[in-house]
Every structure is written in structure tokens, then in C-alpha cells.
Design a protein around this ligand. Sequence first.
Ligand SMILES: *Cc1c(COP(=O)(O)O)cnc(C)c1O
Length: 459
Amino acid sequence: MKKDSNIPYKIYLEESEMPKAWYNLRADMKNKPAPLLNPGTLEPMTYEELIPVFCDDLVKQELDDTTPYFEIPEEIRNFYKMYRPSPLVRAYCLEEKLGTPAKIYYKFEGNNTSGSHKLNSAIAQAYYAKKQGLKGVTTETGAGQWGTALSMACSYFDLDCKVYMVKCSYEQKPFRREVMRTYGASVTPSPSMDTNIGRKINAEHPGTTGSLGCAISEAVEVATSNPGYRYVLGSVLNQVLLHQSVIGLETKIALDKYNIKPDMIIGCAGGGSNLGGLIAPFMGEKLRGEADYEIVAVEPASCPSFTRGKFAYDFCDTGMVCPLAKMKTLGADFIPAANHAGGLRYHGMSSTLSQLYEDGYMKAVAVTQTDVFAAAEEFARVEGILPAPESSHAIKVAIDEALKCKQTGEEKTIVFGLTGTGYFDMVAYEKFHDGLMTDYIPTDEDLEKSMSKLPKVDK
Ligand SMILES: *Cc1c(COP(=O)(O)O)cnc(C)c1O
């Protein structure tokens, strides 16, 4: 083993080294992400229009693309201390197994009960809801990671939490559901019969097993029709990327401590929050012309918003109640094929990352799910962590890049985000092991079907 004598397997930060402020990447962007638009007037959403839906302080964060740093309130820092810093691990065993000269690091966000990075933003959003004196929050969840994280955060601040869970996940993932209920959340399968939009979708599509876009519409309706409630979202939005910058800031502090400069940073991309957070301080340096990094987003070939989507204004939800966001999108009607098991199934991508991608600051790769699970298994067998399928998209590309280095002899330093654990995804692993997992890549016609329904906006 070629272990570097001065670089530990795991780099942890001292409490005193932990970030005290989140970094707002937008402040350093010359081309700012396009504003959210009111779907009725097509004018930019104002603070006044957004506060009935979102918590006041979160709206301020959402709309602010000039302030570079936001102090992390002490209450949130105290919560972070229970499970952060997350370790930055040198994947010595994987490097050896691959026989690569590349140096591979991963930032592991699965060391908390919710099992993923989502808790970083959940606790922030719950804090601002509590500070505003609200009774509770509503949200949607797909596979259940966001709902789990939010339930934990709400119980910590003693807030009510209503989760609309995509019906097929509600039925197939009873364990996630029970974790949420353990933390006191109410969990309703979506589409439900409790909301206007849920009843409408059930009438139009009898027997539907739901989608994220539909669950979002329900959660928004419940928040806006119940006094003292607001809606919270676990990805895509600028505020979520802001909170997730804690991942990248810790990574940068840890690397700087040992004088390590990464060449390449890789992250999986669903709505873009972990990737936006991981790359934030590095992208900041790149935008300011202080350093250069290769930045790679990895998405599933079955839901390829970066690599095959349009850059256009689109609805964030099926019910078309949310503001329009300009993003790389497959169309709000797009639903990945039924065989898609690996998460990352949202039709659109964070406006901030979409703009950076369009401007050439980062690239994207799409990978198939059987390759992703093969990489997950290879990683699990040597690194001792059973990764989430979502995270394994990043593993797949990190391994590919390390193998390229083996060919060229290049000693690249690669950092990737390992966003969570896969304990609740064993049904997908089972399918993979039994050889029942298939790959489906949508045809251009499939994508055209949903992309042809993009709203017409001249902006
Ligand atoms: C939700 C989730 C993702 C994808 O969401 P992003 O907002 O794109 O980060 C990735 N990994 C895990 C483990 C998740 O739970």
C-alpha cells in the first residue's frame, strides 16, 4: 500500500475549524441564475409573493444573489456538531484495488440517522420556521430521504411535519415511512384524496402510483391553505444549495489543512443540492479566476436533465402551482421509466447549476443503473461503506476517471461526494444481484413528448 505518511485515512476537523457561515455561490457568478417567475404574470416572483409559501428568512436567502456569506445561526451549528464534521476519507483501499496512481477522496454524508446530506438543509429550514413562530411545515418525499431528514429536524425544534410521499415509495419503502413516524411526522401517500390537486390527479389517472411533481403540488396546497404552515423543499432551490455549502466548505478546509489541491470534483445530481454544496467554494475560486478545477455532475441515463434536457423555463411540479424556474429540464411531465431504481429522478436541475453548466464551468456525464450498481458493489467491498444508489453515480465516474489515470500514469487528485448510505435500498440491490435490473434510456421521441409541453416564456 502506497499510503502517504502524513495523510490520514480520515480527515476530521476540530470543532473550532468548522464553517461559521454558508457560502452563496451566486454572489460570484457574472451570469446570475434566472429569477423564479410567477406562472400567472411571468414576472419575477417578489418577496411578498413568496412569503405565503416559504418561510420569510428562506425567501430572503432564495432571492439574494449578491451576499457571499450568510452566518450559520448558533442553534444550527449546535445541531451540526452532533453529526458534523463529516469525514473526508482517502480511499486508499479502492486506489489499491484499482491499481491507479490517482488519489481518491470522498466526503461521506451518510453518518446520521436520515442517512444522507439532506439533514444539512432540513435543520436550517426547520430552524427558520420555528424562529418565525410557525406551527409546522409540509413537504414531499420520493424515496424518503428528504422526508426522514425533515422529520428529524422538525422533532428537534418541536414543529409539526406533514409529508406527502410518492405512493409507490410509500408502499415499497415501509421502513423509511416508519422512521418518519418515529420522529413524529404524519406521512400521506400521494396523490391523496385530501387535496384538490390530489383528487384531480386521481380522477385523471386512476391507479397512479404518483410522482414527485405531484407530491410537491399537494404539499404546497396544504401549506398555503393552513394558517401557520409553510412549504419546504429538499433540493433544487438556491436556499438549499446555500445550506449544503457546508459540505464543500468542510471539504476545502480539510484539504487545505494538508495542502491537497484537487484536480477533479465529482458529484451525483438529482436536483443539484449536494453537488452545488460540495463544489461551492471551489467553483467560487474558479469564478473569481483564482484556481481551476474540473467539475463533473453525474446523472442517470434514464433521467438525463443536464445532458439531454432543454435550458428553459419550466414548472417545478405537475400541478403547475409553483413558480417557473429556468433550468435544464426534461419537462415537468417527464417520469423516468418504471425500471429506474437508482434515485435522482427529478425532471429539472437547480437554476444555479444549470447556468454554470451552460456557461461551461462544469460538465456532466450520464451513466446507466447497472453500471452504477456494479460500481457501488466494488466500492462497498473494499471501502466498508454500503453506498446509496444515488451516491454510487459519483462512485462510478470516480472509478472511471481513476482507471483513465492508470492508463496515462497521471496522479490526479479526485474528490467525490458520497451522499448517503444504501441500507434502505436493498430491494434495488437485490434486483441487481438477481440479474433482474435493466437499463432503460429514453429515446429522443420520449423526451420530446414531455419537452414539447414546456411553457412558452420569452426570457
Ligand atoms: C436526495 C439525494 C441525492 C440527490 O439530491 P441532490 O439534491 O441532487 O443532492 C443524492 N444522494 C442521496 C443519498 C440523496 O438522498
